[in-house]
Design a protein around this ligand. Structure first.
Ligand code: SF4
Length: 244
């Protein structure tokens, strides 16, 4: 599963300018999960992460390469929740090392989608997440009460890692939060779109799209993403001749 590797490298490049706080994953140190979505009213909110008008990006990248992802950890670039005083820019980027995906391409898409879905099963108390998949943003309203009780990115990150690791295909999960001003949130959002394009192209390929690049609407993304064409020619109709 090399399709997302260049995006992982680009993302690491975007973050190079900062020095993160790093916490190793600890399952015992998760934030309380209330099991279903909670409404945090504006009057009860301390602030919003990635609020309208602020930078915001959210995406998940997969790899099977341990050189790119080999730890379960939470990284934070910027102030932690207790130190944030008003609405801020926000990115949440998840890097996952996955196993088995190289064995059976037909299963790849379903497995990746199942893994991605884990993010919809995390409901931290006092941390209301609103995702907008079309715009690749994530907005989070954090309650004053949660701040008083000591909510932190370490505990929220651990909650996400715990959810991702419920899937046996996930070998390592690194959750990155970015809250500092001055990072290139626009490029991160572009990265989120690209990650989504890759996953969607994968669906089309696995649904049996004809392997004729010269007339294919997905050519731009396949030209850009290393390994995509090889994947298609590997799992397409093996009996036909491929036109490039
Ligand atoms: S490999 Fe070629 S035919 Fe297949 S999806 Fe990409 S551009 Fe289309």
């Amino acid at each position: 599963m090399e399709l997302y590797n260049s995006l992982i490298k680009e993302t690491k490049g975007l973050l190079e300018q900062g020095s993160p706080k790093v916490w190793e994953y600890s399952e015992r140190n998760c934030w309380n999960d209330i099991g279903s979505s909670e409404l945090v009213l504006q009057k009860d909110a301390a602030f919003e992460l990635g609020a309208a008008g602020k930078g915001s990006a959210n995406y998940v990248l997969f790899t099977s390469n341990p050189e790119l992802v080999d730890k379960d950890q939470v990284l934070l670039y910027g102030p932690d929740l207790k130190d944030i005083k008003g609405d801020v820019d926000f990115a949440r980027i998840v890097l996952l090392r996955v196993g088995v995906l190289d064995d059976d391409d037909e299963e790849v898409y379903r497995i990746l989608k199942d893994i991605e879905f884990a993010k919809y099963h995390v409901y931290p108390e006092g941390y209301m997440v609103r995702m907008s998949p079309e715009s690749y943003r994530e907005q989070v309203r954090v309650s004053k009460q949660a701040i008083r009780r000591g909510i932190s990115f370490q505990t929220i990150g651990n909650s996400y890692i715990k959810a991702y690791k419920k899937d046996a295909n996930v070998l390592n999960a690194t959750v990155i939060f970015v809250t500092a001003p001055g990072f290139d949130y626009k490029t991160m959002k572009d990265g989120a779109k690209k990650a989504n394009d890759i996953t969607n192209t994968l669906t089309h390929i696995l649904e049996g799209l004809p392997t004729d690049c010269s007339v294919c609407a997905l050519k731009d993304i396949c030209d850009e993403v290393e390994g995509m064409k090889e994947l298609h020619f590997g799992v397409g109709d093996k009996g036909t001749e491929h036109k490039h």
